[in-house]
Ligand binder design. Sequence first.
Ligand SMILES: NC(=O)c1ccc[n+]([C@@H]2O[C@H](COP(=O)([O-])OP(=O)(O)OC[C@H]3O[C@@H](n4cnc5c(N)ncnc54)[C@H](OP(=O)(O)O)[C@@H]3O)[C@@H](O)[C@H]2O)c1
Length: 191
Amino acid sequence: MRIGILGAGNVGSALGRLWSAKGHQVVFGKRGASNAEATAAAEVVVLSVPWPAAEEAVRSAGALAGKVLIDCTNPLSPDLKGLTVGLTTSAGEQVAAWAPSAKVVKAFNTIGAVNFGNARFGDQLADGYYCGDDAGAKSMAKQLIEDAGMTPVDVGPLRNARLLEPLAMLWIDLAVNQKQGANHAFKLLRR
Ligand SMILES: NC(=O)c1ccc[n+]([C@@H]2O[C@H](COP(=O)([O-])OP(=O)(O)OC[C@H]3O[C@@H](n4cnc5c(N)ncnc54)[C@H](OP(=O)(O)O)[C@@H]3O)[C@@H](O)[C@H]2O)c1
């Protein structure tokens, strides 16, 4: 896949490295004009900027019509103790409102980036939860979650980003506020 990544920090650089190793073509955007250059030829655009920068990054990304837009953000409060968006909407839905003709999938937000490519816990592989409203976009996101070394788990429509973002907050609270570090991940058990 041709992938344009907006935000080359912990999340974007780790995913870009893993996807490049799997043979995907990855271009990184930086603030301003290069965001549009990164997305021009991309079929998948990845939003991996801090939440306060998200609207500007989406709006500077040029025409996103028909592209898959994977939103990895979490709308964190500055003290990392809560979310600034939630319950009746989500960052994922807000991103979709800024890019109404893109096919938005929420993914990669419920596990710390240090675990990307290092998501095996004993004999279990961490889950990579994703949600969205477009089946084709979700199938591309599913492949990219596998290519980043996690078990993809479809959790439904984009509105379920309202559930994934608080789940991410739990991961962060354990890691930061409860000082447990980054060596934990979520796994959905079924029978
Ligand atoms: N860290 C994690 O473990 C983790 C896991 C899952 C999800 N998330 C979420 O993923 C997002 C990114 O997290 P992160 O830890 O990767 O952040 P980060 O390390 O701070 O990196 C953010 C990157 O975005 C860039 N950026 C800022 N504004 C931009 C813009 N307008 N256009 C293009 N690039 C821009 C920054 O560039 P500059 O250096 O120039 O500012 C930086 O390279 C956040 O919303 C976070 O909540 C994080």
